[in-house]
Structures are given as structure tokens and as C-alpha cells.
Design a protein around this ligand. Sequence first.
Ligand SMILES: [Zn+2]
Length: 496
Amino acid sequence: MGKWLYKIFICGFILLINSKLYAQYDTGYVAIDIAQMENFNLYPSYDVYLQMMDRFASEHPDICKLVEIGKSVQDRKLLAVKISDNVDDEEFSEPEFFYSSTIHGDELCGFNFMLRLINDLLTNYGSDSYITWLVNNVQIYINPLANPDGLYTTNNNFVTNSTRYNANGADLNRSFPTVANPVFDFYEPEVKAMMDFANAHYFSISANLHSGSEILNYPWDSFYASELPLPDNSWFEQICSKYVAAARKTDPEYMASEIAQNGYVFGSQWYKISGGRQDYMNYFMRCREITIELSNAYCLHPDFLDEYWNKNRTSLINLIGETLHGVTGLVTDLYGNAVKNAEVIVLDKDKNYTTVFTNNDGYYFRYLPPDSIYEFSVYADGYETINQAVATQKDTLVQLDFMLRNGIAYYPLSSHEGIGEEVDFSARCDNGKIVVEASKPISDLVVVASDGRILVNSKPKKYKSEYTLNNCSHGICVIKAECGGKSFTHKLFITK
Ligand SMILES: [Zn+2]
């Protein structure tokens, strides 16, 4: 009997230990109840994070919408909120801005700051005139946590033993397509989701938040300036210097390191990497992305969250406002129909993939230093190329519209420039859809059925396009494409 009692005692003890372990969480770091996040002075558990994102949208349905970007390796959600007036509509006359944090799972404070920023924008809308103006005029997307598996490595209630990598052991900020290697056979799920998300939008400015240093960095990360000159260098320096200046009003020593006393640096001049998201967004998406390194501590102790948030709050809000300083315009034909995917080129400036394209409603956004005169040219196949001059003004979004007449386009730059002239093109059939992908924007695409009917005649101006074939059954079709100055012909067997 004594033996049995002993066994029961041991079993009970083991159960107690197990339940303790199960309930264990990072005391002092993690909120396991949403009420504990009231002052934003902790990091939320995964479940609390999901609840907070849901609550932002449900409590502010007129200006906030929850967006699922995708899933991580371990099936955690990659979430963003969209904050804008008319939040359910895509308002292409408004620029799209994107913040994303913690692509490195062990770089924590940006995760917390993005939740604070969302809360700040939502609760000050209608009372703070600058925030109201931003929300009314910009489509703001905020993804607080780009690598949830890296953050919640042990379980959903732990953050202090987080890791830089995703659950496959990959550094996501080294896993994006590059100029030299633009198409992969395998993409990390978090990277693929982010690429699809970026492809579905026309982000014009974005920032990726990290920790481990206190500095801003701007493109390129994978080229020295001597290898791939960046025509927008001075614009990047201006927005970085504004960010640092606003932050230093709170802490004059902030972001002053031996790397750069002024607080910002050309990426590769600091250290060169390959496969980073910053270069991907700039080179492939034509977005202007910077990297913000928020704190020297990778895992900033919650006691310091208020202090670091106060240093960055104004700068983070003002950076969104940079989408409303530059040149915008609507490109139409003579009948007022939007011309989408027209290439907007700043003459004597643009090269190395800094031109921008009009969005689905024909609008473009081009950011340039103020108080200068620039000659713009708009190139769209089937229309005469036209030029117009514009004077940029400080803190102003100058309007420059173009009305194109049908005719023959000429490309105003000497060539479709860039490096890595090797062009990859692939076409495949996927559930009755034709999917074409290339390492350069596909300028022309024609799909011809075996009986000679033209099934697709398109100028996608994109790296990837999909077409659903409604009027074609099984059989061979021929795909002809132009991209990067080269022609490709592919035969494809259509299956449905
Ligand atoms: Zn990082």
C-alpha cells in the first residue's frame, strides 16, 4: 500500500511539474492576457497578438481592416492591418505605405512599436489633425511580425529565447530574389507570402524594422554605389536625416554610432548582404524601402519600451507622410481612360530600375528632392511617348497628369538599363491558368492557341502574370514574350 501511495505521489508530482511548464511564460516580458497589453509595456503572446490585431479592426471598422498576408512554416499567421479612410476600397489615387517588423525573430522592439503605432493612428484619428490627414490620404499597411516562428521558438508564450531564423533555419532577410538570382525553385513561405503581398500592391515607400544597432540604412545592400549607382541617393539621405533629426529631439545621442555619426548609411557601405528585402522592394517592386535599426539590444527589455518608443514615435509617423511629398499624377488616354502599367521616367536621372509604373487606376507616385525642376517622360506601348517638366516643392505632392494619344511609343532612355542582363523566363500551366514569370518586367505577352486564335495579348509590365483561359480546352498553345530586350517562345500543354 505504501508503495502505491508513493507511486501516486510521484505521478501527481510529475503532472504538477508538467502543468507548470505548460503554463510557464516569460514573466516580465510577455502578456498572456490582452488586458496586460493596455500600456504596451510587454510583448504579447502569440494568442494575445492575434486578439489585438482582431480588436484593432473590430473596434475601428471604418478605418482599419485585418489582412492575412500568409502563413509561416509552422502555420502561424502573417498579419497586417490596413489603415485608411474608405478602408474597404482600393483608392489608387492614394499612395500605399508599408511598415513591417521583426523579420529577424529575435529583434523585438519593432514588433511592440508597430502595435503602438497602429493604436496611435486609430485612437488619434479625428482628434490629431496630422494623423487624420495621413489616414485620409494614405493607404497604410502595418505588419508587426514578419517572422512569428522565429519569435515564438519555444512556445507561443515565450519571447526571450527567440531566434533570428524561421523554422527552416533560414534568415528571411537573406532569402529574397536578387538581381543575380531573380527566380528561385523554392521560396521560404514567409518570403513567398511577402513577395505575393508586395506584388498585389503598389507600395511607394516602405520600411523594415530591425534591432541590434541604432542606425538607418538605405539601398543598396547588395551593391556598392560604384557598382550600381543609385539616382535617388539624395532623396534617401533627406528622408533618413529627417527621421534622425526628429528622433534626436528626444535623445540627442540616438543613432550616433561609429558606423555613422549622422545616423544613416548606404547599406553596403556598412556591410554587404545578398537576398535582403530592402533591395528586393527597391529593385523589383520600385518601392523606396529603408531599414530602421531601432535599438542596440536585440531583445529590448520591456522597461525600456516607453523610452525607445518616444524616441521613434514622431519619426515613424512622419515617414508615412513622406508618401505625400513628391510628384503624383494620373495617366490617361484621350478619352480619360486610365493607362495602367505606364512607365514614368525622370529624364537625366532615372537608371538602374528607379522608374515607377502607374497603378491599376493610372496613378503614379515619384519621390524627388524638393525645389528642383525635373523632366518627366511617360512610356506606354501603343501611345506616343510624351514629356513634361515639373517643379518639386517642399512638403508638397505636386500633381502632374499625362494624357496620351495613340501612336508609337519610344523608350526615352538609351536602353532598358540595369545589371545582370541574363534574363530568365518561364511559363507554366497551373489549374487552367497560365503563369508566366521572368527576371525582367515582361513587356509583351501573346498566347496563341493551336488553331491560331489569340488567347492573350497583353503588356503586363510585371515580373509575374497569370491568365485564366476561358475559351480554350486542352491542347498545345504557344507563348511569345518580350522581356529585358529579349524574345522568348514557349510551347505549353494546357490542362484543366
Ligand atoms: Zn535584423
